[in-house]
Design a protein around this ligand. Structure first.
Ligand SMILES: Cc1cc2nc3c(=O)[nH]c(=O)nc-3n(C[C@H](O)[C@H](O)[C@H](O)COP(=O)(O)OP(=O)(O)OC[C@H]3O[C@@H](n4cnc5c(N)ncnc54)[C@H](O)[C@@H]3O)c2cc1C
Length: 454
């Protein structure tokens, strides 16, 4: 840790959760930190919105309690008393396909009692308990991995839809090793399915043991996930610059200057969405304009609807089979997941729309998007337009990076190139997975590596 009189100056570019956690921890450790955010608010994809008794999330709705780093952060910020766990009914999830609704639970074998799969498909999946796990090459897509272990039908009817639920992308194109690293490594290093399940469970309990008292498996905060952001923001406010996009990095003999600024920094952490990072590095001449560092990312639209009635399902949400032709990929039911997300007698829905299956959907106007959302909700839940009392559209252009072969290659090339620029650290948006807990773990990792070289 640096002495107060020889504080190392660090610039964080990007005020989403990754940048904020870096800024908070580095300030705590005595570094001289400035955080630059292009927009007028902090939080990036995380943004909670309350109105008329409804609480909507524009981006993430829930986080997983198995993450040690996030758990430690929540404790450190004094937020434990604000944590709300998901209701028990949130263990229930539904699949909607051309035959209607099917209930599934997170336990991969519970589907045996569901009529989602054919008897042969169930037999094939169940028989994986008694087979040796196949040898993996490392380049399997999510679909290939699960087809090898549990059979084609399981991969197609269940895993494909869960992948859409997390990545808004195609399980046939996403590399399992990067999209679901813990599951992949458990399968890869075990001979039997039971061995792999044990490893996954022990990874989770190891994390919660390390973080002391564990948090609920799925949780948020009373004020929504923005409460994490606003708490971090109050602790870093003295050194945060809003509406300050960083457009250029200029390398001088004593450090890096940002834009036309006079202050130099020994280290710059890029905690940006990938395409903004590439734009910045190109305009700073670190990457030639002509080089292709593109990645594949899904344009996602999230639509929050407040209903003046209750829907008939009680669970976390619905995964929608894309082959039935709706633009909705999945629906979360925040008012069933958590209490106090909607007034008494009402429900709230978050529709995730677009994704790589409907890449141009996000180009539609808000009015067109709401029109489609309303007709999807009628088909799914029988809820008519007159019952919708709140409707909000949030766009996430290139919002969910897709761990495809091309994406992984581009990120690898970028990381190799940045080895030549010791002063710049890039927060890889795929490290460990795409969720908030992984971003927090990554930010802590970046802080540790800055400390170890200071
Ligand atoms: C619809 C949706 C649903 C999701 N659901 C979940 C979920 O349920 N659970 C979960 O764990 N995760 C979920 N995620 C993923 C989660 O939102 C992300 O992992 C996380 O919020 C990313 O944080 P970040 O700080 O890395 O990036 P971002 O939140 O993208 O922040 C980057 C910031 O950088 C700023 N910026 C960009 N360019 C510049 C520049 N040149 N100068 C300065 N600032 C700049 C941007 O304005 C932005 O504020 C979801 C994502 C989406 C899109």
């Amino acid at each position: 840790m640096p002495e107060a009189n020889e504080k190392k100056s660090i610039a964080i570019v990007g005020g989403g959760v990754t940048g904020l956690v870096c800024s908070y921890r580095l300030s705590q450790l005595g570094f001289d930190v400035d955080l630059f955010e292009a927009g007028s608010r902090l939080g990036g994809q995380i943004s909670s919105y309350s109105t008329d008794g409804f609480l909507f999330e524009a981006g993430p709705n829930t986080v997983l309690g198995s993450s040690r780093h996030l758990s430690d952060l929540v404790t450190d910020l004094g937020l434990r008393s604000e944590v709300i766990g998901a209701n028990l009914s949130a263990k229930r999830r539904y699949v909607f396909n051309s035959n209607g609704f099917f209930e599934v639970s997170p336990n991969p074998l519970s589907f045996l009692t569901s009529s989602l799969m054919s008897p042969y498909g169930k037999f094939r999946a169940a028989s994986s308990l008694f087979r040796l796990l196949p040898r993996l090459q490392g380049n399997e897509s999510i679909q290939e991995l699960f087809a090898k272990v549990f059979g084609e039908e399981f991969a197609e009817k269940l895993i494909h839809l869960f992948t859409i639920g997390v990545y808004a992308g195609n399980s046939k194109e996403l590399l399992a090793k990067h999209a679901i690293p813990n599951i992949f490594s458990a399968f890869d290093s075990s001979n039997s399915l039971m061995g792999a399940i044990k490893k996954i469970k022990s990874q989770r309990s190891h994390s919660s043991r390390l973080s002391g008292q564990s948090l609920p498996q799925i949780y948020s905060f009373n004020g929504g996930l923005s409460q994490l952001i606003s708490t971090l923001a109050t602790k870093t406010a003295h050194s945060t610059y809003l509406r300050t996009p960083v457009k250029k990095l200029i390398f001088g003999s004593n450090g890096v200057y940002l834009n036309e600024g006079k202050k130099h920094y020994k280290k710059v952490v890029l905690a940006l969405n990938y395409s903004s990072a590439i734009t910045l590095l190109k305009s700073s001449d670190l990457i030639a304009q002509s080089l292709d560092f593109d990645v594949e990312a899904a344009n996602v639209v999230s639509v929050g609807l407040g209903l003046k009635a209750k829907i008939h399902l009680n669970g976390f949400g619905v995964l929608v089979d894309p082959s039935i032709g709706l633009n909705t990929l999945g629906v979360l039911i925040p008012s069933k997941i958590f209490s106090k997300r909607a007034p008494i007698g009402c429900d709230s829905l978050t529709l995730i729309m677009g994704g790589t299956f409907h890449p141009t959907f996000a180009n539609r106007t808000d009015e067109e998007i709401l029109h489609t959302a309303t007709s999807d909700v009628l088909r799914l839940f029988g809820v008519g337009a007159s019952e919708i009392v709140q409707s909000h559209v949030w766009r996430h252009p290139q919002g969910i990076i897709q761990p495809t072969k091309k994406t992984i290659e581009s990120i690898k090339n970028l990381e190799t190139l940045l080895l030549n620029y010791e002063a710049v650290t890039y927060a890889n948006p795929l490290a460990g997975g795409v969720g908030v807990p992984q971003r927090v773990a990554q930010a802590i990792g970046i802080v540790d590596s800055i400390c170890s070289t200071s």
